[in-house]
Design a binder for this molecule. Structure first.
Ligand code: PRP
Ligand code: ZN
Length: 292
């Protein structure tokens, strides 16, 4: 029987959440001693634990059919190999948010990245950085570094950097100032889907439909509340992503109970607005599983 292989980051920002999402899809693994290959027990999908930067190339080289990796890394390899058609982004996963930004030394008096034309920019993402700067008509000298990009301006090997920023701690610690954002990234599931067998394709579709359910459940909330009957229409409009709520009469009262699955994020502001329309006993619950 066919099996699929999915590569995930071995250790780092994406590893725990990558594994988490696979488990939410009903996958469980027999962990081998060397820890680099985990055999899927209940579903024929195995996991490879690797460096995140290696994942797009492993997909293109046919080592695995699926991989969870930051969009920035996948885009870098696709640009480098000119292989957009072979590697397909199947689903954004809603975690690992970060941005690729241009940063300069704090004291550098400059307000726009166009002023960096002709300077040296250090980065671990040379193809993506060059592509995004050229799209804005800015020509620079790219200095490719495999790591510790943030120390390049201090060492005098570059004038500015193009690096991933999530909290901004690394930049601050190195007296760098974020000048402009080039690209927004998050973790996504990628696949080499062109030349796989029909059997693997069927397996992939099953996994993707589970994943869709997991993602929808994560993004959804089940909301229950009591409200005056005449406020039903206004209340329904205030519930984010709801069209047809369930309505239940409340014994011996002119109020009703409204239950609905909100397909979009529910914030405190939504609850306050509902209360202002006369809603009470408002409960917001997570949704565990969903299958459309
Ligand atoms: C990125 C980037 C910075 C750090 C920024 O590295 O290269 O070092 O994260 O994060 P901060 O804004 O929260 O300080 P990454 O986590 O991708 O590590 P890797 O390059 O070793 O994979
Ligand atoms: Zn990495």
């Amino acid at each position: 029987m066919s099996r699929l292989r999915v590569a995930i980051q071995k250790s780092g920002r994406l590893s725990e959440k990558s594994l988490d999402i696979l488990k939410s899809c009903g996958l469980s693994f027999a962990r081998s001693k060397d820890k680099l290959f985990w055999y899927g027990r209940d579903f024929p999908v195995d996991v490879l634990l690797v460096r995140d930067d290696d994942i797009p190339r492993m997909l293109l080289d046919g080592v695995c059919e699926l991989g969870i990796v930051g969009e920035n890394i996948a885009s870098e390899v696709m640009l480098e190999r000119n292989s957009e058609s072979e590697l397909k982004r199947l689903r954004k996963l809603g975690f690992g948010h970060c941005r690729l930004s241009i940063a300069v030394p704090e004291e550098m008096e400059i307000t726009a990245i166009s002023q960096l034309a002709g300077t040296r920019i250090a980065t671990s993402y040379p193809a993506l950085t060059r592509h995004l700067l050229e799209k804005q008509g800015i020509e620079t000298h790219i200095v490719e570094l495999s790591g510790s990009v943030e120390i390049a301006p201090g060492l005098g090997t570059a004038d500015a950097i193009s690096d991933l920023v999530s909290t901004g701690t690394t930049l601050r610690a190195n007296h760098l100032r974020e000048l402009d954002e080039l690209y927004q990234s998050q973790a996504a599931l990628y696949g080499r889907v062109n030349d796989i067998s029909a059997e693997k394709k069927a397996l992939l579709d099953r996994l993707l439909s589970r994943l869709e359910g997991v993602m929808q459940a994560r993004e959804s909330k089940y909301v229950m509340l009591h409200a005056p009957r005449e406020a039903l229409e206004r209340i329904t409009e205030l519930l984010p992503g709801v069209e047809h709520p369930s309505i239940m009469p409340l014994e011996g009262s002119d109020r009703i109970a409204i239950h609905a699955v909100c397909g979009e994020a529910v914030f405190w502001e939504h609850l306050e607005a509902l209360k202002a329309e006369g809603a009470s006993a408002i409960l917001v619950l997570p949704v565990e599983k969903m299958l459309a």
